[in-house]
Design a binder for this molecule. Structure first.
Ligand code: FES
Length: 215
């Protein structure tokens, strides 16, 4: 019994010594200009985070985007130079600040479009790789000269899809190919029936061949 009380007294003494030592260390820290703050997190009231209500289903997400679009206007496009890569045996790969005027007059906006130029796409005016099926052969050569100065300055490019006809463009456009040829145009018509003798430009052949752009 006596041993137990001695042990308890020793424990209390040790605890007191440790606490005194800790106090001394803290004073030393303060004296040396280093302030160490100890905080017991469990004692502090935790800030209440406001729960964001997120739409759960895809439809709700679409509605949310549509609502945002109404409030903030159409998505802003990147300001990048207008370029058309005439792919060998493939589509016209357009990049730029593009406004697309569809056949029905509706507008869409894009920074990149891959336009069918073989005439066989089932998703006109967009390329759907049908050029592989129909074995569209054209090197992508460009036979016309520039009529505008090339500039890196981005500008708007308006592409209009003409029913049963070509795709016209308005706005500075640099056309180039993998052969190293290029030309810069301010406006023009691009063949999308695949029959022009002056590809990638339209030469009116779509009328002779009775090209139909409907699906
Ligand atoms: S669209 Fe091909 S020649 Fe006019």
């Amino acid at each position: 019994m006596e041993d137990n009380s001695k042990a308890a007294a020793k424990t209390v003494r040790n605890a007191e010594q440790e606490s005194t030592a800790a106090g001394t260390d803290s004073n030393k820290s303060e004296a040396s200009g280093t302030f160490v703050a100890y905080m017991d997190d469990s004692a502090q009231p935790q800030p209440v985070r406001k729960q964001e209500k997120l739409p759960t289903s895809a439809k709700a997400l679409d509605r949310w985007f549509a609502e945002r679009q109404k409030q903030h206007g159409p998505r802003r496009l990147l300001e990048i130079p207008n370029e058309a890569l005439i792919a060998s045996a493939g589509p016209i790969n357009l990049t730029g600040n593009i406004t697309l005027v569809n056949e029905d007059g509706s507008l869409s906006y894009a920074n990149h479009l891959s336009l069918c130029r073989c005439g066989a796409s089932k998703n006109k005016p967009i390329c759907d790789q049908q050029h592989l099926e129909v074995e569209f052969l054209h090197s992508g050569r460009i036979q016309e000269a520039s009529d505008a100065q090339h500039t890196e300055r981005p500008s708007k490019l308006t592409i209009s899809v003409i029913k049963n006809g070509p795709i016209t463009f308005r706005g500075r456009l640099r056309l180039h190919n993998n052969l190293g040829q290029e030309c810069v145009k301010q406006r023009g018509s691009l063949c999308r029936c695949g029959q022009s003798a002056n590809k990638p430009f339209c030469d009116g052949s779509h009328e002779k061949t009775g090209f139909r752009s409907g699906r």
